[in-house]
Design a binder for this molecule. Structure first.
Ligand SMILES: [Zn+2]
Length: 221
């Protein structure tokens, strides 16, 4: 976006309101970075709104547009292999597993609600042969996503169906880890709150200063 002299002066004015004098060049750089940031936010919001609007017309979803990761199995997906639904983007196999009830859709939005085979191996040191044995003995309750050939695409172990496993999760057991998690959670929440406030302020300023309100309303409504 072209930075006009008027925008440079406005940016200088904004800084001055906050007690800082900056040069024309600094104001031009700030205005440039700021508009890039707003355009990026605007792009995300627009894309999200478009997807939600499309979902109203196509409630069963539609192919993803671009490259993403499946929210369930983590595989890379594209226009041909990925699908966008109200719970987010997945590969076609995971989409079908959700549609036919093999896997609940909340695994897409609550990523901490299940263990993957990778997690069992990494955190519990349960390797594939032991895992299969435990599944067979019904000591592990599994949700199995199959591929077109009827072979296993992905195993998921819901925490609520495997309470014993969840109880002895090394992450839960270690007091050090617990306090680390608690601390991280607190920091994340505080950071998210601060960022939301900053973003709201920035967006409000941008809307006011650059007439984006009209643009957004026209394109989204
Ligand atoms: Zn998948």
């Amino acid at each position: 976006m072209e930075i006009s002299d008027e925008m440079v002066q406005r940016m200088k004015g904004l800084y001055k309101e906050n007690g800082k004098d900056i040069s024309d060049e600094e104001a031009r750089n700030s205005a440039h970075k700021f508009t890039e940031f707003i355009e990026l936010l605007y792009g995300f919001a627009k894309e999200d709104a478009q997807k939600k609007r499309r979902l109203k017309k196509e409630p069963n979803g539609f192919p993803v547009n671009g490259r993403y990761s499946c929210l369930v199995c983590g595989n890379e997906i594209n226009e041909e292999t990925g699908w966008y639904s109200w719970y987010g983007q997945t590969c076609l196999l995971c989409r079908d597993a959700i549609s036919n009830g093999t896997v609940p859709s909340f695994v897409c939005t609550h990523r901490d609600s299940y263990y993957s085979t990778w997690y069992l191996k990494d955190r519990f040191n349960i390797k594939s042969p032991t895992m299969k044995k435990l599944i067979k003995e019904n000591k592990l309750k599994v949700r199995t996503i199959l591929n077109k050939d009827g072979k296993v695409h992905e195993y998921l172990f819901l925490k609520k169906e495997n309470p014993k496993l969840a109880q002895c999760d090394p992450k839960r057991k270690s007091p050090g880890w617990k306090s680390f998690e608690r601390n991280r959670e607190k920091k994340n929440k505080r950071w998210a709150r601060e960022k939301t406030m900053e973003l709201k302020k920035d967006i409000h300023e941008a809307q006011k200063k650059m007439g984006l309100v009209t643009k957004v309303r026209k394109e989204l409504l």
